[in-house]
Design a binder for this molecule. Structure first.
Ligand SMILES: NC(=O)c1ccc[n+]([C@@H]2O[C@H](COP(=O)([O-])OP(=O)(O)OC[C@H]3O[C@@H](n4cnc5c(N)ncnc54)[C@H](O)[C@@H]3O)[C@@H](O)[C@H]2O)c1
Length: 161
């Protein structure tokens, strides 16, 4: 029981990788607090995870909701030991064809959403990778943009027909 009585939060814990991760922690004795946008699968997952597990419907792209959920978890369990920042989505499209609304959705959930949970949880910005961000914790948003810019984009120059 490597995680006996540890308090583990899992975002997007209702299905997929989030759920199996939550189950793995539960098998090791952890108490699980999971969130998800899907209440049906979320409630079912929490039930499966044991009497001390909890589920909250939270959209990780909503900073207020993330903050309130974190407060609830601390109030209920007394502390947080582990955050599994898992919730995420994908929208497949070439950059050329990516719709702005889809771009914003992915950024809001996968980038900003993860940052809200992490920032609220640990209170500091873990900024370290020289190749993908800066060494300045206060430049959190800028560093994330820089990391995105450094992502290698491959392709030919676009010539309109
Ligand atoms: N499956 C893969 O091969 C793969 C590969 C690389 C990375 N990932 C990443 O791993 C994570 C989990 O992937 P998965 O395949 O288990 O996905 P999944 O779609 O099976 O499960 C994701 C869960 O997150 C929830 N979710 C979606 N948006 C949310 C939001 N805004 N707030 C809270 N919960 C939300 C969904 O309802 C779902 O329960 C994702 O971040 C994904 O990008 C997956």
């Amino acid at each position: 029981m490597r995680f006996k009585d540890k308090i583990v939060m899992v975002t997007g814990g209702a299905a997929g990788i989030g759920r199996v991760t939550a189950e793995a922690f539960a098998r090791e004795g952890a108490k699980l607090a999971i969130c998800d946008v899907n209440p049906e699968t979320g409630e079912a997952a929490a039930k499966f995870l044991g009497a001390e597990a909890s589920f909250e419907k939270v959209d990780v792209a909503n900073e207020t909701a993330v903050s309130e959920w974190t407060d609830q978890v601390v109030k209920r369990y007394g502390r947080i030991d582990v955050l599994v920042n898992n919730a995420g989505i994908t929208r497949d499209a070439l950059l050329l064809r990516m719709k702005a609304a889809d771009w914003d959705l992915v950024m809001n959930i996968n980038l900003k959403g993860r940052s809200y949970a992490r920032g609220r949880w640990c209170g500091i910005w873990p900024s370290s990778a020289r190749d993908g961000s800066s060494m300045w914790p206060r430049w959190s948003a800028w560093s994330q943009c820089r990391a995105g810019q450094l992502c290698r984009l491959e392709g030919r120059p676009h010539r309109p027909d």
